[in-house]
Design a protein around this ligand. Structure first.
Ligand code: SAM
Length: 190
């Protein structure tokens, strides 16, 4: 399997009025997504924000769970949080991973909305082999803005339940997506 990363995009995303904004970090997203990334064998979990105060908040949270009081209190969370890394946005992340691997990553975006050319989960799971790193880009606020989608080489089909209600939190959506792409059942082991 290629090295796969999760990226939580805080910029550029839409707000409720479809204005393009940088959203605020939510600390529960950070440690819940870190746990999901750790469970499903991801190589890292990037939190993407260009805002200095938001980066400081992430650094403080990472330090709390890695070397501060949290590291003694909850060692499994500390283990998961060790996957968290920071970068400004998908452009910056592409630059970082290209330098690290000598190959530009395959960035796959996620959205609750359907659209033309969305790739299915089975097809995407079949593209996870090889040396090229893979990034699963997740949105915050009202989802990835157009400039973030433009950084995605592919867009995954939306997860759909049997109802019209389609408002999963990013943490729930990520868990379903990771299970479909990286879960043992999908790889035929169960
Ligand atoms: N404030 C919200 C929360 O409670 O987490 C953030 C919502 S944000 C738009 C949710 C993100 O989760 C989306 O950008 C996408 O990455 C993912 N997501 C949500 N619903 C999804 C779906 N049905 N299919 C695929 N991804 C989905």
């Amino acid at each position: 399997l290629a090295d796969c990363y999760a990226a939580l995009v805080h910029w550029p995303v839409f707000n409720k009025n479809r204005s393009v904004i940088a959203s605020a970090l939510t600390t529960i997203d950070l440690h819940d997504l870190a746990r999901a990334a750790r469970t499903y064998g991801l190589a890292g979990f990037y939190v993407l924000t260009p805002l200095a105060d938001q980066k400081r908040l992430a650094v403080d949270m990472i330090a709390h769970w890695q070397s501060g009081p949290g590291s003694q209190y909850n060692t499994t969370r500390s283990d998961a949080v060790s996957l968290v890394r920071l970068a400004d946005d998908l452009v910056d992340l592409r630059r970082i991973l290209t330098e690290q691997y000598g190959l530009s990553p395959l960035v796959v975006g996620t959205s609750a909305q359907n659209g033309a050319g969305r790739i299915g989960y089975q097809d995407m799971a079949g593209r996870l082999a090889g040396d090229r790193p893979v990034v699963v880009a997740l949105g915050t606020s009202w989802g990835l803005a157009d400039d973030a989608e433009k950084q995605c080489d592919l867009m995954l089909a939306p997860i759909e339940g049997p109802t019209e209600y389609n408002h999963l939190s990013v943490r729930s959506a990520a868990a379903v997506i990771f299970d479909r792409l990286f879960g043992r059942t999908k790889r035929g082991a169960l």
